[in-house]
Design a protein around this ligand. Structure first.
Ligand code: HEM
Length: 489
């Protein structure tokens, strides 16, 4: 790479000088979103680091990232072949594998349409506008009940532990047509392990880049493999049950719709993309995994921010009280009347930037960006954290201030400002669950803020330090909640 001939008219990428063998691992350190943001100030929006022996390009700044992921989208849409990615979904992940462009595109389209149809499907009663709303409202009510019970029994609760089950149940409903009890050990042991998953898959894990580390015993890596194996086995079992009870005339959920697609495809002689049934049905594994970890992380952070800013918690509750009242559960249609809640969520996405880098990208051919030469198959990190804290774009970026997204009179969200928040990626690899995620974070948070008041546990100061990973989480902690409205059930 370093000795590659640079085509005429293009420049060699700037960046810190790498040490032999380890490259820039030490400078990148344990908080890459901070160290790589600091480096972008020194070297610019496009620079190069080396992790082990492997060069990595780091992109920052809205214009540069937009140029790469949208204007030159095709060239930057690949995924690198990283060691840890090989264990995800048996190496057949839609989001992490190195599928050829045609296969990835076909799988992404399938995933997107299955997700869209099973979230927007009519609810079972006219009370709900769609299946997604019905699942969230019901799970929201269960969650309130559950937190109330835990508070009565223990006097405090671990927010992530309970939120993750509710969120997992929403995606389980759409993917598998079933839900799990809050004490179901099989589900709990699976979803409560997602911290470890995120830590290994986070951009810049040295084991992904330094082959010798892959041969050394590592308890983190071992548990990562075991989580992936358990996750695949969990989904596999449900898929087998679906095959056994599949009925073409009664497509119950996303798994059925993917099985149905395999059956249809066998009849379609014109199908030009070669894909195994496993690769098609395996899509449900990605949807389930992406669907619970990200949203529960967002909601768990939301509760932490509410506790850290009690005046905002009161303002949010008041907004809900004034527009929705306290007698009915909020609905998706209430969103236009809850601008502060919307602004709070945008600021949560921006300030926490809990998905600090997108999943790493990879160039599909020799290319250039901002006049710099970038060879084919180069790993590319997109620094979303930098974009959300760029002082060129955000006034006082380190302060948590939802009002930055509101009109002067506080009655409307400024859409243009909102679109500057970068948390779902952009361009060809942009998250396919974005609409569902935004709706789900909105509705769960509306239900929680309407019914409960959250506080820190006396004597336990709130620790908002993020732990680095693909999704950054706060440290596990215990909080208190009191009911604002008497639960009718
Ligand atoms: C990819 C963010 C929720 C499914 C991604 C990416 C990001 C992201 C940053 C990578 C983009 C890139 O590589 O450039 C988020 C956030 C969420 C969320 C912040 C919640 C707040 C969801 C949900 C689903 C989902 C609910 C599905 C049910 C996916 C899939 C991909 C993806 C399948 C891979 C797309 C591809 O590689 O083509 N998401 N996501 N995500 N997301 Fe999400």
């Amino acid at each position: 790479f370093f000795h590659t001939e640079i085509p005429e008219g293009l420049r060699r990428l700037p960046g810190p000088k790498p040490f032999p063998l380890i490259g820039n691992v030490l400078e990148v350190g344990s908080k890459p979103y901070l160290s790589l943001t600091a480096m972008s100030k020194r070297y610019g929006d496009v620079f190069q680091i080396q992790i082990g022996m492997r060069p990595v390009i780091v992109l920052s700044g809205n214009d540069t990232v937009r140029q790469a992921l949208i204007k030159q989208g095709e060239e930057f849409a690949g995924r690198p072949d990283l060691y840890s990615f090989r264990f995800i979904n048996d190496g057949k992940s839609l989001a992490f594998s190195t599928d050829q462009a045609g296969v990835w595109r076909a799988r992404r389209k399938l995933a997107y349409s299955a997700l869209r149809s099973f979230s927007s499907l009519d609810g079972t009663t006219p009370e709900y506008s769609c299946m997604l709303e019905e699942h969230i409202c019901k799970e929201g009510e269960y969650l309130i009940k559950q937190l109330n019970n835990v508070m009565k029994a223990d006097g405090s609760f671990d927010p992530f532990r309970h939120i993750v089950v509710s969120v997992a149940n929403v995606i389980c409903g759409m993917c598998f047509g079933r839900r799990y009890d809050h004490n179901d050990q099989e589900l709990l042991s699976l979803v409560n392990l997602s911290d470890e998953f995120g830590r290994v898959v986070g951009s810049g894990n040295p084991a992904d880049f330094i082959p010798v580390l892959q041969y050394l015993p590592s308890s983190t890596m071992k548990s990562f493999m075991s989580i992936n194996a358990r996750f695949t086995a969990f989904v596999q079992k449900i898929v087998i049950e679906h095959y056994a009870t599949y009925n073409k005339d009664n497509i119950r959920d996303i798994t059925d719709s993917l099985i149905d697609h395999c059956e249809d495809r066998k009849l379609d002689e014109n199908s030009n993309v070669q894909m195994s049934d496993e690769k098609i049905v395996g899509i449900v594994n990605d949807l389930f995994g992406a669907g619970f970890d990200t949203i529960s992380t967002a909601l768990s952070w939301s509760v932490m921010y509410l506790v850290a800013h009690p005046e905002m918690q009161e303002r949010l509750h008041q907004e809900l009280k004034d527009t929705v009242g306290l007698d009915r559960t909020p609905r998706l249609s209430d969103r236009p009347n809850l601008p502060f809640l919307d602004a709070f969520i945008l600021e949560l996405f921006r300030h926490s930037s809990f998905l600090p880098f997108t999943i790493p990208h990879c160039t599909s051919k020799n290319t250039s960006l901002n006049g710099y030469f970038i060879p084919k198959d180069t790993c590319v990190f997109i620094n979303q954290w930098q974009m959300n804290h760029d002082p060129e774009i955000w006034k006082d970026p380190s302060s948590f201030n939802p009002d930055r997204f509101l009109s002067a009179d506080g009655t409307a969200v400024n859409k243009m400002e909102g679109e500057k928040v970068m948390i779902f990626g952009m361009g060809k690899r942009r998250c396919i669950g974005e609409v569902i995620a935004r709706n789900e974070v909105f509705l769960f948070l509306a239900i929680l803020a309407q019914k409960l008041q959250f506080q820190a546990k006396p004597g336990q100061p709130l620790d908002m330090t993020p732990e680095y990973g693909l999704t950054m989480k706060h440290k596990r902690c215990h909080l208190r909640a009191t009911m604002r409205v008497r639960n009718k059930q």
